[in-house]
Design a protein around this ligand. Structure first.
Ligand code: SF4
Length: 345
């Protein structure tokens, strides 16, 4: 059993049933999440018989670390699951903090036509402990403290709801990593029934929401994101306009900008109309597309990127371009894969 698959209450139940004190759960959680210790023998305030029980019944890491691939403003970490799949995690250096982009699935079933991860479809969901271990190991290996976690790696987090929910709980609870709820973001392609569920979920509704919108009309969005055929853009926007937001929060609309597809001034104006009078509820992140060799899409011209941003600002919509730091990472969840082409593992 991997110990990071359990919440505090679950660990208390396990330990008490085996005759150990309930406060042992607090002790062990502190060692793992606060001190980053991943060896039971180093947990010196635990009695020997308890350490023996832990050693014989649990392990702490769920993934095998393979390698790190540094670049100027981000660093990729590759892990292997027990059943041999590669998990990609990206550490991004921002001006004064670090953000970790975690994967929630092996592959993805959503099938966005611009996305490299979609090519092989979904292999399987990542388990809670495999999501948590990405942060645990990256912090240990790199020696940095991560401030923000974004579910923008491989996969659609809302298609792996239960595992992601439990991971969010471990990330944000005081007994876990204790990250600020404002600093954890779920990025989704917009699965409407799961968004409804998230809206009233006491754990999931606390964290930030980002939705990949990518096109301002039903027709264009359908060609980029087949999920839009069953999750209509109008229904998605209606839901987002009523989504119960915490004070001072906004929903991020991710917009992967692709040359000749969705980068015209008309597209920008259509996006303005789509947002309508709810300008304060949303902010738009423009993400210039990173081409992938076997996909037909191209990166937009710099003037089109700036122009689209200008039109949104002129119409009162906050709009940011993910130009430099983390640009490759945020180029859409699945584009991570393009970054790792040629990396032998
Ligand atoms: S962009 Fe995201 S949701 Fe779409 S196929 Fe790729 S990984 Fe899945």
């Amino acid at each position: 059993m991997v110990i990071t698959s359990y919440t505090k209450d679950e660990l208390i139940d396990l330990f008490v049933n085996r005759g150990f004190e309930r406060y042992r759960a607090d002790q062990i959680l502190k060692w793992i999440y606060k001190k980053g210790i991943t060896d039971f023998e180093t947990m010196t305030d635990l009695p020997k018989d308890f350490r023996k029980y832990l050693r014989e019944n649990f392990k702490i890491n769920a993934l095998n670390f393979i390698k790190r691939v540094p670049s100027s403003d981000s660093e990729k970490f590759l892990f292997k699951t027990e059943d041999g799949y590669i998990v990609e995690t990206v550490l991004i250096k921002e001006r004064d903090h670090f953000t970790l982009c975690v994967s929630s699935q092996i592959g993805c079933a959503i099938g966005c036509t611009f996305c490299a991860t979609a090519i092989d479809g979904l292999k399987r969901n990542l388990r809670t402990e495999e999501i948590i271990d990405q942060l645990l190991q990256v912090q240990k290996i790199s020696g940095v403290k991560v401030r923000n976690v974004v579910f923008m790696g491989m996969g659609e987090p809302l298609a792996n709801y239960e595992n992601v929910r439990k991971a969010v709980e471990i990330l944000t609870m005081p007994w876990g990593f204790d990250l600020s709820k404002r600093r954890v973001t779920i990025s989704t392609s917009g699965i409407i029934h799961q968004l409804r569920r998230m809206a009233y979920d006491p754990v999931m509704s606390e964290v930030n929401l980002a939705v990949s919108i990518n096109a301002p009309s039903q027709g264009k969005r359908e060609t980029l994101m087949p999920i839009c055929k069953t999750n209509k853009l109008s229904q998605l926007m209606n839901l987002l306009k009523e989504y119960p937001l915490k004070p001072y929060r906004r929903i991020t609309l991710e917009y992967v900008l692709i040359k000749g597809i969705n980068d015209s001034p008309e597209d920008a104006l259509e996006l303005v109309r789509l947002i309508g009078r709810h300008k304060k509820r949303f902010k738009v992140n423009i993400i210039p597309y990173n081409p992938y060799p076997t996909l037909p899409y191209r990166r937009p011209e710099p003037e089109n990127i700036i122009n689209l941003q200008r039109i949104l600002w002129e119409n009162g919509i906050s709009c940011f371009i993910r130009f430099s730091k983390g640009q490759k990472v945020f180029g859409a969840c699945g584009q991570l894969r393009a970054e790792y082409e040629g990396v032998k593992v």
